[in-house]
Design a protein around this ligand. Sequence first.
Ligand code: FE2
Length: 339
Amino acid sequence: MTRTLAALLGTTIAASTLTAAQAQELNLYSSRHYDTDERLYSDFTDLTGITINRIEGDADELIARLAAEGANSPADIFLTVDTSRLQRAADMGLLQPVESDILAERIPANLRDDDNLWFGFSQRARIIFYDMNDVPNPPQTYADLADPAYEGMVCSRSSTNVYSQTLMAAMIEHLGQDAARDWAAGLVANFARDPQGGDTDQLRGLVSGECDISISNTYYFARALRTDVDGLSAEQRANIGWVFPDQGGNGAHVNLSGGGMAAHAPNHDAAVAFLEYLASDQAQSYFAAGNDEYPVVPGVEIAASVQELGEFEADDVSLAAVAANLPSAQQIFNEVGWE
Ligand code: FE2
């Protein structure tokens, strides 16, 4: 068992933890559900002999379930999307620290919690898309989105959405509370319509003409490149351009899919082995490609659909530090009337 996982992880890394793994099953609470995840899980079972029992559901429902189950929870691992949810689970005491040399070595420090309560396993950038016909000089930075030159042009999700919240928290980390508030007020003044819909709807707004500039996560557009997405056919998206913001500055804001070990995990060693497995090259490929995301481990191959977006510099700010600003982000949303 140890030898196979060590081989998967690469010869330079010792699979120390799995040596002690006795458990033969793992209970996974996950808000992910992608086709490639089947292969991800079956490969883990093939490598380790550990069977995975999956409980899938809405992220917020799983957090509520973990909280309600308390010390009786059978959950070993919680997997979800967005730093804000990972941090919320941590703040609620639903996760426990995992000390692992493999995770510390493989996952960049800014993409995991300082206390090892959660780890990012794939990342997505939140970037600017625009109508190339209507916007000859698109915004090049997040700050530009608040430029009065773009009045009435920008479409965004609501402030109740976790992606908006984490982006706002990152702006606070870089600008400070006051300048971040000014930025948010300027952005709200540039809204083309009341915040509404999902990320794909922001892109569809470019097609319909309701929006000239939209903020969306990279994987929604990459997904449209890979497979049929209603309203985003090759013809429909022909005039959509994109900008990775703040290149040469802080870099494009990224957010995470990730997870951690449940606070009362009955299968502790199996849970560590699973988290370490998710950081292996092979699992990184599956995990990221399943949702057209970027791996977190440097050097792992990026899916073809995602490569089409081009290379970019990512903001390397600590997402744990960003997450600490989430309450301030909510305050700013209220102050500037970002619905
Ligand atoms: Fe999403």
